[in-house]
Design a protein around this ligand. Sequence first.
Ligand SMILES: [Zn+2]
Length: 947
Amino acid sequence: MHARFAGAALAVLLGTVVAPAAARQAGTTRPAAEKAAPAVPQTFDWWRAAGVPSTTPWGQPIDVASTERIRSWTTMPEYTNPLVDHLPDHPTVVSPTDHFGDPVGKPGILHKVDEIYGYFEALAASSPRVQFRLLGETEEGNHLALAIVGSEANLAKLEAVKAGLNKLADPRGTSEAEAKRLIAELPAIYTLYGGLHSTETGAPEMLMELAYRLAVSDDPMIRAIRDDVIVFIVPVAEPDGRNRVVDWHRRYNADAYTMEDRVPGPPYWGKYIFHDNNRDGLQLSARLTQELVNLFLEWKYPVGHDLHESVPYLYVSTGTGPYNPAIDPIAVSEWQWLSNFEVTALTALGMPGVWTHGFYDGWYPGYLLWVTNTRNAVGRFYETFGNSVPNTMKRTVGPQTQVEWYRPNPPRRETLWSLRNNINYQQTGVLHALYLVAQNRERVLEQYWTKASNALRKGRTEAPFAYVVPVDQPRKADAAYMLNLLRRQGIEVHRATADAKYGEVEVRKGDYVVRMDQPYRNFILTLMDVQKFPQDAPTPYDDVAWTFPLFFNLTVQPVDDAAVQRLAMEPVTSEVAIPGMVRTERGRTAYWVVEPAASAHSIAARYALKDVRVEAAEAEIRVGGRTIPPGAWILDASQVSAERVREWAGAYGVAVTGVPAAALEGVARHDLNLPRIAILHTWRSTQDEGWVRYTLDHLGIPYTYIGEDRLKEGRLRDRFDVILFPHQSGSAKAIFQGIDPKYSPMPYTRTPEFPTHGFPDATDDMTGGMGYEGLAALRDFIHAGGTFLALGSTSAFATEFGLVRDVSTTSHPGLFVPGSILKGMAEQPRHPILYGYDATIPLYHRFGPYLSVPDALKGNVLVRYAPANELLMSGLVKNPGALAGQPAVVSVPVGRGHVVLFGFNPLHRHQSHGNFAMVWNALMNWDDLDVGLGAAQPETAVAAGAH
Ligand SMILES: [Zn+2]
């Protein structure tokens, strides 16, 4: 396989190719005197002595000029190999050089989405081995796209391949004999995703060259791939973010030649979701996740592979474990099998720093690559070393220079690293993975079939045999949302057409049934079951719990009797809706009484009646012999017709009773007047606030999105009633200080050169944080009667920077809660924030902050954590005694306003739906938060503001 570089070196001029930052916006550029020449060379000539031959060993012409440039951008000979160190020449098929004028991997060059798609279109137009199609649009109207590369024969039968893989994926309708025939005949499909994480910039570049090489190369290894594998390429999984990052590099980093010179940013990738676009696989919020899940569900390809960038030089996923126990052991072994081949093969090619195992665990199933793992296919990923900025830089490597059993040939401690090195490593690894699958095509397909068959068999023979979602439960809209989410995940849902009883579980006609005798049984199990993360495991890579019934705060009943699968039921084939109901008491209906339910959709229900006065009952109401707990909504029947109420109750799943005027005599109540909401963000971290915007937009809740600059202008109370400050990573001080002013001025504005900037918010300077002016403006807002909602870490900001007196944050040595679901206890059940909640509430919790209140404020603690022995509901808690009985939600009057502190993030990733209503209740009752407090002590706190 090794080609020897024979022949004389060709006289090709290779000067310094990187121009200074012409694109850097005037006014943002540091003074010219500070601009140094590149700190490291951008081209190299180690390859010159051997020269570049004009043909490959198998006689295919080489594009010599492109090859010389590719080698010159590779910093050392060991960072390439004969598979990718040259570009084959083809008389008619368009290469990246033909299209762009340069090969990919040129220092300083990154391509935008349209340029990348433009290349794929040219490639597809010139090669019968490539097809290119646009998929659906993102939030900002950019398309996702799919390139399909394979032999002419395989591309001619794509529809048959799709049908065949769908049959293998569902053994219910496929006989053993038919499966055998399909396994013998079908090519495998191997899907690559690039550019999910926008600052990990190499993969979308690499994938263009990979597609060309796969289409034209006569290398026997690549011919074998073409014949037995159809390669699916999603060149840019996050198109909005790709364009933003390329603009950012052109604006700020074109002349960054050291890691220290890199300007961090941009503040956004997609409209809502930043790095967490790889944490969306369970809740399917982003358009990109929806499109890529649909792509899987259409084709049911057996392998998916997500290309990331971080650790040196190439990490091939397997993970350390603990592995998600719902996954078929074959898949776990397939991770090891594929990765060990890549590590071995690249090590044998002389490439150092290729390793597996010691990074990531394999527990949480919401990564994009788990779209496959959760559905009996194989999902894997790479982390390739990258500078993010396309310039060549000196890099120093930390702990990964250690030799380990899983890293036999570690990276160098110091090296020059280029975009081209990154492309060489990724491409070589991918080609080997494709080759292994090609050589073992039948094995891979047979194992796919076996995994699906195993899942089905377990679903038929192991409890639970089904999960029942009763229609009769308080949060009907949330139950419908969860069932529809399961359906969007490709999970089948049924509806009982008869009553039955299995042990303690009663099924009523009309209830929903999620049967386990279906191919994605393992996925259902991990979504519905409680997670038990091992106590002695290393620190997990992400959340350790996601149990849907707890996250949604719903009644979902597992059934341990196999007879449930013989219950009369019909498949659900359209959107699930669980309507509420309206009844009337005797007498003329004067009011509609709506039972409080703490639904994730309650605020949308309120906005649907925004033209109507809605009041909340502050005490219990007796209606028709039943007692409705505090928080019932009261609508005046003269304002809302019976017809409108029925339609509304149908849409939002609420229970409404028409009562005569006498029924509400003497019931204290207050207006649920809708506030003017501001969502406050910093420029240093938009990750978690993006999810908050997503959730509010999804529910149709209007708000104003403000940054630190608007905050500093003050007079906030004139414009807003509530300021909601979402959780963000980092300390209170970091939140206060914001981005280091050494980068000032650092505009994020839309300009003709940088059209993707300035959205979804814009500023002339991202640096400096809110500082003292912003803090004073917040204090003034609260003292003037505003309500300040702090979620998670911003609660620590509010206490540590003195926006509330007496409440503080504390630490609990040994306490360890890495993204679990804990039991909360409603302490002040008559407080508006807890309207509709039961006595216990499942809370999402990840590492605090931990609130502490003096005895005088005990009455202001709305929710406490449960005792140690019942604290953990799903996931892991170490040292639970430290958290037992501690405050989780605190509401404190300050001046004329209120501060509400959540010691966890109730709006976590559009996932903790059962916690949403605490925030919605705080919004709808924003000026009635003194109601129902225990021993509330109005405090004077910070000196009163100016207005
Ligand atoms: Zn990544």
